[in-house]
Design a protein around this ligand. Structure first.
Ligand code: ADP
Ligand code: MG
Length: 525
């Protein structure tokens, strides 16, 4: 294309794409939910803007906030279109290739060790999962602030962006055209797509329509029938006609006959009733679990540990669903310290407002996931003004109370087993960065004192021999200390912690552990 501008993918993105395109990962289905989730995000964004400026939606079909899926079996193209916010040329270049999200390299690492692509959405790189099924992708997009552009790539390290002079104008929004690989032919089956949308995109709050075929019976004149069968009875009485119509064999003998014809029409695939608007009594455990998966973008099979779904009434009305996740999010620690990501989605009268509202829960509860939808908050104000709204304080108070209730109940129902054995030590293997922080404050548990094995002064049982050994090895320890430069070690000591290794390097009692140093270092980079 003459007007195409060419770009190279940022290095990490390129690596990610290589891995995806060569992946043997069997659950390729996940690409659809990622693309639908992006479409839904884009619709949320335009709907939010429309709160303060109605004109952004435009008129007619443009104002329909929906997602459309179309199949072209002959050309092997699956397209997903939304009437969301769309992308400007600059957005296409930045969002789809040149600026790597913070989760990109973390995800590449994770995939190399586990091969599991299921969590791709959590790392903010879900778009690229489309290359599981396509070897060539076109993204056609129209944003209100720009003309229509096409982004395209064969995942060969580069992509091109051109001014779109050949496709039909979209009005507004984005169409992703997937040129399916030969082995991905199943995604051209309507039944497969219907099944996937039902399974994975159940909680998308916009209509998802499929351009679906339907068999209809129509009457056509018999003369047009190309059948070679002799037409013996070309006339018949009205009565006979009616009887014959029910008898397939004799149909051909009629002047008119019924034929099956395939017509296409939009078929709605999802039920857009939001789960949090339903009565908690009606929602099944399975539905809560699936809703959690879609909220958290964590599609592993794990169930949330607990949830609380409630309806607050009074001066400030709102509905909320809160979850205790089954495990810490991969970026929990990072988001706690470095961003204001709140993990709670705020809706006002069913309209998604923000998931970066840190006024809703205190930081210490920021590991919870969930959603709040309030009828009391005003719709047509900016995010900043909403953040100041007096009702938020009341909402926060109630959320905290409900959250603590939920956690307390969880603790009562399912207390961790603690092995009380005086003679033995309760050894805990800490693997998460946040554990380091916790252990700075947690000195003991019941009558057990915590000791860090990576630090000096570890006391394991009683050892009366230490004194003797210190004496015996006095010269050696002195020699060691002098041989090692003082900026490398503080001290060299006799230890009774070792079983079959001659020495160990540990941290001084009040310094950072090696693990902590690693954490601090990764933060400052
Ligand atoms: P995430 O959705 O977590 O941000 P993705 O890799 O799925 O990560 O998408 C990357 C970015 O591309 C999105 O943040 C968004 O800016 C843009 N994008 C993707 N699909 C669409 C779309 N249908 N409409 C508008 N923007 C989109
Ligand atoms: Mg996404």
């Amino acid at each position: 294309r003459s007007n195409a501008e060419k770009f190279e993918f940022q290095a990490e993105v390129s690596r990610l794409m290589d891995i995806i395109i060569n992946s043997l990962y069997s659950n390729k289905d996940i690409f659809l939910r990622e693309l639908i989730s992006n479409a839904s995000d884009a619709l949320d964004k335009i709907r939010f803007l429309a709160l303060t400026d109605k004109d952004v939606l435009g008129e007619g079909d443009n104002a329909k906030l929906e997602i459309q899926i179309k199949l072209d079996k002959a050309k092997k193209i699956l397209s997903i279109r939304d009437r969301g916010i769309g992308m400007t040329k600059e957005d296409l270049i930045k969002n789809l290739g040149t600026i790597a999200k913070s989760g990109t390299s973390a995800f590449v690492e994770k995939m190399q060790s586990s091969g599991d692509l299921n969590l791709i959405g959590q790392f903010g790189v879900g778009f690229y999962s489309a290359y599981l099924v396509a070897d060539y992708i076109e993204v056609i997009s129209k944003h209100n602030d720009d003309i229509q552009h096409v982004w395209e790539s064969k995942a060969d390290g580069k992509f091109a962006v051109s001014e779109d002079t050949w496709n039909e104008p979209l009005g507004r929004g984005t169409e992703i055209r997937l040129h399916l690989r030969d082995e991905a032919g199943e995604y051209l089956e309507e039944s497969k797509l219907k099944d996937l949308v039902k399974r994975y995109s159940e909680f998308i709050n916009f209509p998802i329509n499929l351009w679906a075929s339907k068999e209809v019976e129509t009457e056509v004149p018999a003369e047009e029938d190309e059948s070679t069968e002799e037409e013996t009875e070309t006339t018949s009485t009205e009565e006979e006609k009616e009887e014959d119509a029910e008898d397939e064999d004799s149909e051909k003998k009629q002047k008119t006959k019924k034929v099956k014809e395939t017509v296409y029409e939009w078929e709605l695939l999802n039920d857009v009733k939001a789960i949090w608007l339903r009565s908690p009594k009606e929602v099944t455990e399975e539905e809560y679990t699936k809703f959690y998966h879609s909220l958290s973008k964590d599609f592993s099979d794990e169930k949330p540990m607990a949830w609380s779904h409630f309806n607050a009434e009074g001066d400030v009305e709102f509905k909320a669903v809160l979850y205790v996740p089954p495990k810490a999010a991969h970026d929990q620690y990072e988001s706690y310290y470095n961003t204001n990501k709140a993990n709670l989605k705020l809706y006002v009268r069913r309209v998604f407002i923000s998931d970066e509202f840190d006024e809703l829960l205190p930081k210490y509860l920021s590991f919870l996931k969930g959603l709040v939808d309030s009828d009391t908050l005003p719709l047509n104000v900016s995010r900043e003004m909403l953040q100041q709204h007096s009702s938020l304080k009341t909402i926060k108070k109630k959320l905290i109370r409900k959250a603590l209730d939920m956690i307390r109940k969880l603790a009562e129902e399912d207390p961790d087993e603690v092995h009380d054995d005086d003679k033995k030590a309760p050894v805990i293997f800490f693997t998460d960065p946040v554990d380091e922080y916790l252990m700075q404050y947690l000195m003991d548990y019941e009558d057990k004192k915590f000791q860090n094995v990576s630090k000096e002064g570890l006391k394991v049982g009683k050892d009366s021999k230490v004194k003797e050994l210190k004496e015996a090895f006095k010269e050696l320890t002195k020699w060691w200390k002098e041989s090692l430069a003082s900026e490398n070690v503080d001290d060299v000591k006799i230890s009774n912690r070792l079983a079959d290794t001659p020495c160990v390097v540990v941290t001084s009692k009040f310094g950072w552990s090696a693990n902590m140093e690693r954490i601090m270092q990764s933060q400052t980079l």
